[in-house]
Structure formats: structure tokens, C-alpha cells
Unconditional design. Structure first.
Length: 255
């Protein structure tokens, strides 16, 4: 089962735990063997009244009896150790597994995932694209993508020792080279360069799934994009959503 817990949205006095289950028991700080439930996964729970600059350990017991033991730090921390990931398969190669093992040995406080966390968009490679083959066409495809992330064995050590922050890129948003409501074609001369529209519901599903399935920071403009900003001590981070709010590629040629 490999963990099924992600900690995110960590601030000086609070953190958010998401558990891919509908029932679980948790022990963390002053919380002792408390039962959490949700109609569907994940269970997302905000822990408050934490102390700044402190390491917290947690124990999550899943319905299967599996216990997930993990920890995270609250800011500020100095020196702050950050690992950045991107462009990875959820069925990792041996090299990718070795890379994550190395990252875990660095004992990061924060893992930043910069997108392309899996490549579910490979169902459609043609131009003009058949948008019915884009993975957000079916909401269950997005849910399955997030579930695989919670269960990925190669990232288990990273998930259980650090807080996470994540922003999707094109491949895990709608499809390759996608923006707010289009897929761009500019890499070959087989077709005229241009922007091919896709249904607006795909963008909406991607954004709402992110809100529901991942423990994120406060969204600055939740209807427009998934922009976020947060601080760890004297380091300020900005998560820039360059897909949900991205205007058409051809706009650069308009005066």
C-alpha cells in the first residue's frame, strides 16, 4: 500500500495531512488515536496549534492495519533543505528510483514538485487533437492519477519525512502544450501553427481535483488559477500556475 499519506500546506503553526482512505486513525502531537472519516478518499485534516521550527512525528493506521510512520517540520528552519522534482513517471525506471532514494538521503524539509508528475496525457498525440482522448475527459482518470501518487512506492521515503508542495504542468494538467483552454501546435510544420481549443470543463476538473486531492497552501485566486505563496523562514516561495491561466500561444503575434 506504500504509505498513502501526504503532508502539505505546512506553516509555522499548522499543517494539512491527506490520507488516501475513507477511514484512518491518527496520532500527532496532542491528537491521540483519533478516528478520521471521509465519504471518499482522501481524508484531509488540518492540524493546528503547532509550534514553529519544530519536528512533528505522526502515526496513521489504515483500515488494512498498516501503520504509516512519518514526520515533518514546521518553519522557520535554517539551513532549509529543499528537494525539487519534476518530469517523472509513476512507474519509475531504475534510474528514477535511485534518484528518489538519493533525494531522501538528503533529509529534505520540503519537497517541491514542479509538475509533470506522471504522464497521463499520452492517450492523444495527434493534431488536430481528439479532445475525447484527453485524460480529463473522464473525472475518474484524474482521481486515479492522484491515487497512484499516494501509493507510489519509490517516493515513500520522501513522503514520510518531508512536507510537500506541488503545481502541475501541462502533461498532468490536460495535455502536452496546453493552456487555459487550448492545446498549442508549434513544434512541426505538418500543420499550420495555432491553438486548438478544448472544452472548458477539462480546466475546471483539473483545478477542482487539485483542490480536493492535494494538501495545498491557500489559493490566491482560486477561480482564475492555483497561484500560491508561502514562507519558510526568510525564504518565500511562489507557485505560479502557468497552465490554468495561460493565454493562447498565438496572442504573442497580436498587436
Amino acid at each position: 500500500m506504500w504509505g498513502q499519506v501526504i503532508v502539505g500546506g505546512v506553516q509555522e503553526t499548522s499543517a494539512r495531512l491527506c490520507i488516501w482512505a475513507t477511514e484512518a486513525k491518527i496520532t500527532l502531537g496532542n491528537i491521540r488515536d483519533s478516528t478520521l472519516r471521509s465519504d471518499e478518499p482522501p481524508i484531509c485534516y488540518t492540524v493546528t496549534d503547532l509550534r514553529p521550527g519544530t519536528q512533528y512525528s505522526y502515526e496513521v493506521t489504515l483500515p488494512s492495519g498498516q501503520k504509516v510512520l512519518g514526520s515533518f517540520h514546521t518553519p522557520p528552519l535554517s539551513p532549509l533543505r529543499v528537494v525539487a522534482l519534476s518530469c517523472e513517471q509513476l512507474s519509475p525506471t531504475a534510474a528514477e528510483k535511485n534518484l528518489k532514494a538519493l533525494a531522501a538521503r538528503l533529509n529534505p524539509h520540503l519537497v517541491l514538485h514542479l509538475g509533470d508528475w506522471g504522464y497521463p496525457d499520452t492517450t492523444e498525440k495527434n493534431f488536430p487533437p481528439n479532445t475525447e482522448n484527453f485524460f480529463p475527459c473522464r473525472p475518474e482518470n484524474i482521481k486515479n492519477l492522484y491515487e497512484k501518487r499516494y501509493r507510489e512506492s519509490a517516493a515513500y521515503a520522501l513522503r514520510t519525512q518531508a512536507a510537500w508542495a506541488y503545481m502541475y504542468d501541462d502533461h498532468d494538467y490536460v495535455a502536452d502544450n496546453t493552456g487555459r483552454n487550448y492545446r498549442a501546435q508549434y513544434r512541426t510544420l505538418r500543420l499550420p501553427i495555432g491553438d486548438y481549443p478544448f472544452p472548458a470543463i477539462f480546466r475546471e476538473r483539473a483545478m477542482r481535483a487539485y483542490e480536493r486531492y492535494f494538501p495545498h497552501y491557500e489559493l490566491e485566486m482560486p477561480e482564475e488559477a492555483l497561484f500560491q505563496r508561502f514562507r519558510w523562514g526568510d525564504v518565500e516561495f511562489f507557485l505560479v500556475d502557468n497552465r490554468s491561466a495561460r493565454t493562447g500561444t498565438m496572442k504573442v503575434f497580436e498587436l
